[in-house]
Design a protein around this ligand. Structure first.
Ligand code: ADP
Ligand code: MG
Length: 390
C-alpha cells in the first residue's frame, strides 16, 4: 500500500491536532497540510493551498455546533479537487448531517471521536476500491493471537481455533507472523512458500497468486506459513496493510498467530483485527507480562479489542477470575483446560486437537470459535456503508 498524503481541514485546533496524530498513527498515511479555516468559495486561498499539497485524501471535520460551513467546504473541495476523495468526520447521531455530507460529495463518513483504526480501515478501503479488487460485502474478519510470554500457548490456540472456524464456516486462512513460525509443524505441513513470498510479490499479488502461496491442510484450512529463519529485512507496515487487505477480500476469517512478535506489524494487524486474543496463564508473572503486552498494543489504539484468554487454566485458591482480569487489564473471554499430555502429543504428531474427536479441549476451541462469530449472521451495517461507492 503506498503511503497516502492527507490534508486535514478542521477549525477546532484541538481536533486538528488529534486528527493529525491519528492519521500519522495509521502508518499508511501522512498529514501533508492542515487548514484551520473552511474555504468559502472556489477562489478562496485555502482551496489553492489544499490543491498544492496534492493530497490523496482530504479529511473535513464537522463540528457538532454548526455543521453548515463544513458541509459547504466538502462541496467546494469536491468540486475543486474532483479526483481527490473527501472523508467527513462527524457525529453518527446527526442523520441529516450524514445525508448532507454525502450529497456534498463525501466519500466516507467517519464517526467522531475517531480512532486510528477507523481511519486505517477507511484508508485501506480507499486503496482497495482504487485497485478495484473489492468484492461487495465480502470482507473477512481478522482475529489475532498473541502471547503474554513465549510458551503460553498462542500457536496452539491459533491453530486449533483456525480449524474450529474452518469446520464451522469454511474459507479460513491461518497467517503465521510469529518470529519463528511453528504453525506448519503443528499441522504437519511442508510449505513451499511463506508470508515473505507474498510480501515480496505484493506489486503483482492477486487472488490466484495469493492462493498459490498458501499451503492447504486436509481439513480445508489454508496456511500462509511463517518464517523458518529470523528475517534480516522486515516488511513495512504498509506492506502488511496491503497483504491483509488482500486476505480479507479473499477469506471469511483470517487467523493470525503473532505469538511473541511485538513490533509495528503486530500493532497494525491488531488494529485491523476484530478481536485480539492475549494468551496467558493464571500466574503472577504471566499476568504481569499480559499487562505489559496490552500496554504496548494499546499505544496505537485498539486496547478495547484485546481479550484475555487463560490457557492451561487452573483454579488458584484465593485468586478469582476478576483478579486475573485486573492484573492483566483486559476482560476475560475464554479459559482453556490444562491437558499437557494431549496437547504435546498433538504437536509432536502434527495432528491438532481439533482433528481428534470429542476431547474436552477440542470442545473448548469449538466454543471459543462460536463465541467469536456469534454476531456474524446478522451483519451490522454502519451508516457510512450507505454511500460507499464501490
Ligand atoms: N491447554 C494446554 N494444556 C497443556 N499444555 C499446553 C496447552 N497449550 C499449550 N501447551 C503446551 O505449551 C507449549 C507451548 O505452546 P505454544 O502454543 O507453542 O505457545 P506460544 O506460541 O505462546 O509460544 C506447547 O508445546 C504445549 O506443550
Ligand atoms: Mg508460538
Amino acid at each position: 500500500m503506498p503511503e497516502l498524503s492527507v490534508v486535514i481541514v478542521a477549525t477546532d485546533s484541538e481536533q486538528r491536532a488529534v486528527l493529525q496524530v491519528l492519521v500519522d498513527g495509521t502508518s499508511v498515511a501522512r498529514t501533508v497540510h492542515s487548514s484551520a479555516t473552511f474555504p468559502m468559495a472556489g477562489t478562496d486561498p485555502v482551496v489553492r493551498r489544499v490543491q498544492s499539497a496534492n493530497p490523496d485524501v482530504v479529511l473535513v471535520d464537522i463540528g457538532a455546533e454548526n455543521p453548515t460551513p463544513a458541509i459547504r467546504a466538502i462541496e467546494l473541495l469536491h468540486q475543486e479537487l474532483p479526483d481527490c476523495p473527501v472523508f467527513a468526520i462527524g457525529s453518527m447521531a446527526q442523520a441529516q448531517v450524514i445525508v448532507n455530507a454525502m450529497r456534498a460529495g463525501a466519500r466516507e463518513f467517519i464517526e467522531r471521536p475517531t480512532t486510528t483504526t477507523d481511519l486505517l480501515e477507511a484508508f485501506v478501503r480507499l486503496t482497495a476500491a482504487q485497485r478495484k479488487v473489492h468484492r461487495e460485502g465480502a470482507r473477512g474478519k481478522v482475529f489475532t493471537v498473541v502471547n503474554a510470554k513465549g510458551g503460553s500457548g498462542a500457536t496452539t490456540v491459533a491453530v486449533n481455533l483456525a480449524l474450529a472456524l474452518q469446520s464451522a464456516h469454511g474459507n479460513v486462512a491461518l497467517v503465521d507472523l510469529a518470529p519463528l513460525g511453528h504453525t506448519a509443524l503443528h499441522l504437519n505441513l511442508k510449505p513451499l512458500f511463506s508470508v515473505a513470498d507474498a510480501v515480496r510479490n505484493l506489486h503483482r499479488l492477486d487472488s490466484s497468486l495469493l492462493e498459490s502461496f498458501m499451503t492447504r491442510h486436509a481439513e480445508g484450512l489454508q496456511l500462509l506459513a511463517g518464517t523458518n529463519a529470523p528475517a534480516a529485512i522486515e516488511p513495512s507496515t504498509a506492506e502488511f496493510a496491503r497483504l491483509f487487505d488482500m486476505l480479507v477480500n479473499h477469506y471469511r476469517y483470517v487467523l493470525v498467530d503473532a505469538s511473541s512478535r511485538l513490533d509495528a506489524a503486530t500493532r497494525l494487524v491488531c488494529n485491523l483485527s476484530e478481536t485480539v486474543l492475549l494468551v496467558a496463564h493464571t500466574d503472577v508473572a504471566s499476568l504481569w507480562s499480559a499487562a505489559r503486552v496490552l500496554q504496548y498494543l494499546g499505544e496505537t489504539g485498539g486496547r478495547e479489542r484485546v481479550r484475555l484468554l487463560l490457557n492451561r487454566f487452573r483454579k488458584v485458591p484465593g485468586f478469582s477470575e476478576a483478579d486475573a482480569e485486573a492484573a492483566a487489564g483486559a476482560k476475560l473471554l475464554w479459559k482453556i483446560p490444562n491437558q499437557y499430555f494431549a496437547v504435546s502429543a498433538a504437536i509432536d504428531r502434527g495432528v491438532p486437537l481439533m482433528q481428534q474427536t470429542h476431547s474436552e479441549i477440542a470442545r473448548s476451541f469449538s466454543g471459543l470459535a462460536s463465541t467469536l462469530t456469534q454476531d456474524d449472521d446478522n451483519v451490522k451495517r454502519t451508516a457510512w456503508s450507505l454511500f460507499k461507492t464501490v
